[in-house]
Ligand binder design. Structure first.
Ligand code: AVJ
Ligand code: FE
Length: 440
């Protein structure tokens, strides 16, 4: 990065750090101390752990590593190391109290801002300083989404408010479109804030396939339930059925029956399930069973990314379905502007060249691919970001959701979780092999 181009980068890093912090504060200031230190679900950390962990990672990477400054508090590194303590065990740790945690993250942030002002934003090899700021912004935003998940697991009166998402313009979408056969460029070598697992750009050959133009809706999912979807082992894989039985799954998480209709708890507000809204809080196994019931299958990760990025006219991969411009409120439901997905068809301006909608935002989409590194993968800045998760235990999720910030979302962005997880804001869409059945 030439010297004269560094000032806009500094301004951007500072502004993005501030924007992330405003969100972290809003998510933690909404609750009293007791609710911040309590564990709302064994799957989640106490909210105050997330906050201090955000500060501790910032201290490690920006203050100590990039800035070369002495430790703010070296005595707490171990407490906030995600690999040292399981989420379930974190409430029992001698964590910083809410007031101390807030003071700590403020102290770290003041030093970070000095570092942003003075360090050169280039010239450190693979992990450039400019990338380190992007990485920490994304890290904070990712934990803010995690904290939003914790808010959804929490019981009690609502504390978060946001306007309703925009309503669908009444255009009728075709159910599916054909994505043509041929190579496309998957991943990226140029996206400045792309994390290790999104790199490098590489050619992938994808056979022609049909992709649904929208995520599966609650209305469609209710039909699967009424048709006995949860009681028909032939629709599920072996491990899917085993989990369905053990966990006694009957409907998406946070749904409950009320006479002849379904209700959903959305951040403490209970209301009727909305038929046109993408289904959310389903596991990979449920998504797979639904797809088989519908005579379809889940897309692979390469298919999903081709649907989201490939421009058939130029043959080029775009940053986003709509082009290369960063997401705005017309293109995608991102950034916690709303607390739920928007009805299908609500974002025509976010459509891909082939007319596929809502790939970015609304709900994370399960895809049928295990987590692996792309050819030429190099772990950075640390093996624990991605590499230690590679293997068959995790399934990929793509596209981000209403709770994902644009800083941590793009056409190449990869998320992952266990196939049984439902507390995340995950839904799915279906794909189909031309002429064939459900097997890809
Ligand atoms: C990419 C969402 C799976 O939360 O475990 C946060 C992101 N990595 N701190 C996670 C992350 C380290 C990660 N996910
Ligand atoms: Fe983290």
């Amino acid at each position: 990065v030439p010297h004269m181009e560094q000032e806009p980068l500094r301004a951007k890093a500072a502004a993005e750090l501030e924007r992330a912090r405003a969100r972290s504060s809003a998510l933690t200031d909404a609750l009293d101390d007791d609710e911040l230190v309590r564990q709302h679900s064994p799957l989640m950390s106490p909210l105050i752990w997330d906050l201090a962990h955000i500060g501790n990672q910032e201290e490690l990477w920006l203050v100590r590593d990039v800035g070369g400054l002495p430790a703010v508090r070296s005595d707490i590194d171990e407490l906030y190391d995600a690999f040292k303590h399981s989420r379930a065990s974190r409430p029992a740790l001698p964590l910083l109290k809410p007031g101390e945690a807030r003071q700590y993250v403020d102290q770290v942030r003041r030093k970070t801002m000095d570092v942003v002002d003075r360090v050169p934003l280039s010239g450190r090899g693979l992990v450039e300083n400019a990338f380190a700021f992007g990485m920490l912004v994304q890290h904070e935003q990712q934990h803010d989404e995690t904290m939003l998940i914790t808010h959804q697991t929490r019981k009690g009166p609502a504390v978060l408010y946001a306007p309703e998402p925009p309503r669908a313009e009444k255009t009728v979408l075709p159910q599916e479109v054909l994505v043509p056969d041929g190579p496309f460029t998957m991943g990226t070598s140029t996206e400045p804030w792309a994390l290790d697992n999104e790199r490098p750009a590489h050619q992938v050959r994808v056979d022609a396939f049909f992709m649904d133009t929208a995520p599966v809706t609650c209305g469609q999912y209710q039909e699967f339930i009424s048709d006995g979807g949860y009681d028909r082992p032939e629709l599920w894989t072996g491990s899917g059925w085993e989990h369905r039985t053990k966990a006694n799954l009957r409907a998406p998480l946070y749904w409950r029956r009320d006479g002849d209709r379904w209700l959903r708890d959305c951040f403490g507000v209970v209301g009727p399930v909305r038929e046109a809204e993408p289904v959310v809080h389903v596991s990979f196994h449920e998504a797979q069973a639904y797809a088989r019931w519908a005579g379809k299958r889940l897309p692979t990760e390469a298919e999903w990314e081709k649907a989201a990025r490939f421009d058939p006219e130029s043959g080029r991969s775009r940053r986003f379905p709509w082009g290369d411009e960063d997401p705005g409120p017309r293109q995608a439901n991102l950034g916690q502007r709303h607390l739920r997905p928007a009805e299908v068809g609500s974002y025509p301006a976010g459509a891909s060249p082939l007319g596929i909608q809502q790939l970015i935002g609304d709900v994370w989409e399960w895809v049928d691919t295990d987590f692996h590194g792309y050819p030429g993968f190099t772990a950075f800045p640390y093996r624990e970001y991605s590499e230690v998760f590679f293997g068959p235990d995790y399934k990929m999720l793509r596209g981000g959701c209403f709770g994902t910030d644009a800083a941590a979302c793009r056409g190449t962005f990869r998320n992952w979780d266990y196939p049984i997880r439902r507390q995340i804001f995950a839904g799915f869409r279906c794909a189909r092999t031309p002429g064939g059945g459900e097997l890809g």
